[in-house]
Design a protein around this ligand. Structure first.
Ligand code: FES
Ligand code: FES
Length: 166
């Protein structure tokens, strides 16, 4: 059996030190070790996008990373976005646009939206569709998801203005 590897990883602002098997996937680490089951696992080979998280600010498929590779990294999962009582601007937009049906793809869509809008705050429909193209929705609710990303961009700007004014 390969030797365990020690890692120090920050997830949603909390730093964890753990000893992990070298082959443990990041997705299994998040779900199994940390109990962050909001990160969903669909295809397990990098196709569906359900397992998307932010690694050092960029979207990444957690089923394609080994936890051992992420020593020193900062990870954000859907649990780090907000709560039901205090939703983030992106979560609010998905809620208001009814941008989910079964919800299986939603954590990955929310995180990917964060990534798109961090790079293109004024993303047009083409950029939004391109940005979401690696995330599959089995319920095919893409129209409302695109609307939600547009609304999320507005929500983020409004929140920034409110914060600047306060
Ligand atoms: S579970 Fe990772 S991309 Fe599908
Ligand atoms: S809402 Fe069901 S998979 Fe997207």
């Amino acid at each position: 059996m390969p030797e365990a590897v020690s890692i120090r990883i920050t997830v949603n602002g909390v730093t964890y030190e753990r000893s992990v098997e070298p082959r443990l996937l990041l997705s299994d680490f998040l779900r199994g070790e940390l109990g962050l089951t909001g990160t969903h696992v669909g295809c397990e080979h990098g196709v569906c996008g359900a397992c998307t998280v932010l690694v050092n600010g960029d979207s990444a498929r957690s089923c394609l990373f080994l936890a051992a590779q992420l020593d020193g990294a900062e990870v954000k999962t859907v649990e780090g976005l907000g709560t039901a009582q205090a939703m983030s601007p992106v979560q609010k937009a998905f809620h208001e646009c009814h941008a989910l049906q079964c919800g299986f793809c939603t954590p990955g869509m929310l995180i990917t939206t964060m990534d798109i809008l961090s790079k293109f705050p004024d993303a047009d429909d083409e950029q939004i569709r391109e940005g979401l193209s690696g995330n599959l929705c089995r319920c095919t609710g893409y129209q409302n998801i695109v609307r939600a990303v547009r609304m999320a961009a507005d929500n983020i700007k409004a929140q920034a203005q409110e914060e600047a004014a306060s």
